[in-house]
Ligand binder design. Structure first.
Ligand code: BTN
Length: 263
């Protein structure tokens, strides 16, 4: 991958400016800095390697050179999009699932930000906001996809079992094509962000629907049957007493089957 190839590959998509790095700390950090300096809507940062890649809740995210996709997209939300910023994680996750479906795979979204293949995490999304006073002026959508088996860290340091496209397909794939497909899906889905159709698509892609799950909300846990999401993208569970419970953040695990996979 290099800058001219990337420019050519993405030339038909409605993107802003594109910046490529052989190695970088974190594409999200670079995107946040660029956003503050006026990056146009849909500007993109792509890196071959990240040395300080970050996941949600400041967890480390590994991007060894030549093995993965690591990129960040800067959105300048319109007035119509601003009431729906909490749906952007779904926009990114859906774009990833659509691109993986094109490879013949059956991805699911583990709420809120993981994409799974066969119950194993293949991709993650990290959304970060740039504020001006009370107003969100930019959203950085960071996406990491494990392309080669070597992108998946040792299971000992993983909180959830991981996989790669190579591991699932049995052969390597061209990461450039996956990047183009994700960006094509994301830009095509973006105008639907405020619609019920979008929420339906997102809901249909959710993993563990109808199953008993445990959500860890940073110490506090909720257990219940996963019913779906409400309109802001929060998760809706039904607890054992039949009460509806809304979860705004947390880590979802199947109860108790996910733990078996870790062994
Ligand atoms: C998660 O699963 O917690 C989210 C992982 C997000 C990783 C991507 S890789 C590109 C971008 N840069 C980062 O430092 N993180 C995101």
């Amino acid at each position: 991958m290099n800058q001219p190839e990337l420019n050519e590959l993405l030339s038909t998509l409605p993107l802003g400016e594109i910046r490529y790095f052989d190695s970088i700390g974190s594409t999200n950090d670079e995107a946040l800095a660029w956003a503050n300096k006026g990056a146009p809507d849909l500007s993109l940062i792509v890196a071959d390697e990240q040395t300080m890649g970050r996941g949600r809740l400041d967890r480390p995210w590994f991007t060894p050179p030549g093995t993965a996709l690591a990129f960040s997209l800067i959105l300048r939300p319109t007035a119509d999009e601003k009431p729906h910023l909490s749906r952007l994680v779904g926009l990114a996750a859906l774009a990833i699932t659509e691109s993986l479906q094109k490879l013949g795979l059956t991805p699911q979204i583990k709420w809120p930000n993981d994409v799974l293949l066969n119950q194993r995490k293949v991709a993650g999304v990290l959304i970060e906001l740039v504020w001006s006073g009370e107003d969100v002026v930019c959203v950085v959508i960071g996406i990491g996809v494990n392309i080669l088996k070597r992108a998946v860290p040792d299971t000992d340091i993983l909180r959830f079992p991981g996989t790669s496209l190579e591991g699932m397909l049995g052969h390597p794939v061209e990461r450039e094509n996956v990047l183009r497909d994700i960006l094509a899906s994301l830009t095509a889905l973006r105008p639907q962000l405020s619609t019920d159709e979008f929420m339906n698509k997102w809901g249909e892609a959710l993993a563990y629907r109808g199953r008993q799950v445990k959500v860890d909300m940073g110490g506090q846990t909720v257990v219940g049957r996963l019913e779906g999401m409400i309109s802001d993208g929060s998760l809706r569970l039904r607890d054992d007493n039949g009460k509806s419970v809304t979860v705004r953040f947390g880590d979802v695990r199947l109860r108790p089957f996910t733990d078996i996979l870790r062994k």
